[in-house]
Design a protein around this ligand. Structure first.
Ligand SMILES: Cc1cc2nc3c(=O)[nH]c(=O)nc-3n(C[C@H](O)[C@H](O)[C@H](O)COP(=O)(O)O)c2cc1C
Length: 212
């Protein structure tokens, strides 16, 4: 991978109508995998290219706060599986994030992934430091989905907020959100026709927003 692409600075790095789908469940073939696939089908309906990744397939750590990215603009402190994801993340104007609820929140895999996006912020020298995102103003857009076992919104806890706040801070416009309740068994969400339709529609809405 060339550092030019990775640095996200300059004209060559402007993202294009390509969508990266990221699933944060450790459960292979689980509900999050099904939802990401379904959302990306909706993206494909509109002729937009996409790629799906399951975070459990990558060996990576959470951010260690080394601050090396302050100088370089890229994550230099850790060389791990995120190195394989950053290029597509930067190239994709559209992002799909799906996480199951784990103890009222996103999974540890999704949290570590989001923390590793810290390298895309610029900070000033005051305390507390003023900040801005180098990904802002690029027309980046996202859709979010969360799925949990229990039937009440309270049981999903902060899952959607934990996806939304950091993406908005990075400069993404959130096009749609899908909370799914009452699903425990692996891939059982497939049997919920209304949810599957909503997921596909969400993918179409993202693709249309990118093409507008
Ligand atoms: C460690 C762990 C914590 C969980 N915590 C919650 C929770 O706080 N609330 C809830 O409703 N479901 C919770 N669940 C259930 C999952 O959210 C649910 O089974 C979901 O459908 C899993 O999606 P997946 O197949 O994509 O992993 C938890 C599951 C696990 C394994």
């Amino acid at each position: 991978m060339s550092e030019t692409v990775f640095r996200n600075r300059g004209h060559a790095d402007i993202p294009h109508a390509f969508v990266l789908g990221v699933a944060g469940s450790p459960r292979k073939g689980g509900n999050s995998d099904v939802l990401v696939r379904q959302i990306l089908k909706g993206v494909a309906d509109c002729g937009v290219r996409s790629r799906g990744v399951q975070l459990r397939d990558y060996q990576y750590q959470g951010c260690i706060g080394c601050e090396k990215c302050r100088k370089t603009g890229v994550c230099k402190g850790l060389k791990d599986g995120m190195t394989l994801i950053y290029p597509d993340f930067l190239a994709a104007q559209g992002l799909v994030l799906v996480s199951p609820t784990h103890t009222y929140n996103i999974t540890a895999w999704m949290k570590a992934f989001i923390d590793r996006l810290y390298c895309f912020y610029d900070f000033n020298d005051h305390r507390p430091r003023g900040w801005s995102s180098r990904l802002a103003g690029q027309g980046r857009k996202a859709v979010l989905a969360a799925i949990c076992e229990q039937p009440d919104a309270a049981d999903m806890g902060f899952t959607l907020e934990a996806l939304r706040y950091p993406l908005e801070a990075l400069g993404y416009q959130i096009i749609a959100e899908l909370p799914v309740f009452g699903v425990f068994d692996r891939a059982k969400v497939k049997t919920q026709e209304a949810v599957m339709q909503q997921a596909r529609q969400m993918g179409r809405a993202l693709a249309q927003a990118l093409s507008a």
